[in-house]
Design a protein around this ligand. Structure first.
Ligand SMILES: C[S@@+](CC[C@H](N)C(=O)[O-])C[C@H]1O[C@@H](n2cnc3c(N)ncnc32)[C@H](O)[C@@H]1O
Length: 260
């Protein structure tokens, strides 16, 4: 009798059990801001945490899911310490976990997307502290959903790429793969790209991407002041030239399904 051969499974490592581990860090994805976009696991970790270290972009109503007894610590830019900020966050994580506490590190969107997750994982691993990562809704998928469009299209956008518009100095990264990001058959999502978009758009044009390529600007997705602008790469470059950057904004361009 024919049939699909069963694949032999390697034995999975046991999942960490936060309840049984005094001193445990959950790196939790907060989603874009709307608390309904928290996963059930994220909400549960927040409810069980004794300490929550949160970023500016992972604050607001999502923090209502934390226990009233939990200590809430802001560690975003507005919490000060412009220099050595990451070292400071790493030290706080280690210090609270070593005190035997259940710690949540709440990060905006999906914790693994442009969120300096690697630095925090390395610090925890070096200190021998057990941790888990709780995935979540990135602002990229939330922005597409808010605009009523898919991120991929079966015939015209078979690839989606996430890029950053700012390197550690806040400038457009110098080592951009222009051929990849000027590919007209790809949906490209630009994080932290509001300030540098005019320069990015000029580079895209120089590398052959038509200026009338559809572009979406999605600001404060999942927040009460959410703003969505459907435009083109050239139109968005003009808009960003004049814009003051006060709120988080995401840019998306490519064969976007504005024709639906
Ligand atoms: C440090 S990155 C973190 C990204 C996050 N991990 C994610 O998956 O969405 C911050 C950038 O993400 C984008 N972003 C985060 N939250 C957003 C939101 N609610 N609305 C629009 N863009 C957002 C902006 O481009 C912002 O500059």
């Amino acid at each position: 009798m024919g049939g699909i051969a069963r694949q032999s499974r390697t034995k999975a490592a046991p999942l960490p059990d936060p309840a049984a581990n005094p001193g445990f860090v959950s790196l939790v994805s907060a989603g874009p801001g709307d608390p309904e976009l928290l996963t059930l696991k994220a909400a549960r970790r927040l409810a069980e945490a004794q300490v929550v270290l949160y970023d500016d972009l992972a604050s607001g109503p999502v923090l209502d899911h934390a226990s009233p007894q939990a200590e809430l610590i802001a560690v975003g830019k507005r919490a000060g310490r412009p220099s050595a900020r990451q070292d400071h966050v790493n030290a706080l994580l280690v210090e609270h976990a070593r005190a035997g506490l259940r710690v949540v590190r709440l990060k905006s969107g999906d914790a693994g997307v442009f969120g300096r997750l690697e630095e925090e994982l390395a610090a925890l691993a070096a200190a021998g502290i057990p941790f888990e990562i709780v995935p979540g809704v990135t602002s990229a998928s939330a922005a597409a959903a808010a605009a009523g469009i898919p991120l991929t299209r079966r015939l015209t956008a078979r690839r989606v790429q996430f890029i950053t518009g700012a390197d550690v100095t806040g400038q457009l990264p110098g080592d951009i793969n222009w051929a990849a990001i000027a590919d007209p058959a790809v949906t490209t999502v630009v994080f932290m790209g509001q300030r540098s978009f005019p320069e990015l758009a000029a580079g895209l044009r120089a590398h052959g991407l038509p200026g009338d390529t559809p572009a979406l600007f999605a600001q404060s997705v999942g927040h009460p002041d959410q703003r969505l602008v459907r435009t083109t790469v050239d139109g968005l470059a003009r808009m960003m030239q004049a814009a003051e950057v006060s709120q988080p904004g995401l840019i998306m361009y490519g064969p976007l399904a504005f024709d639906i």
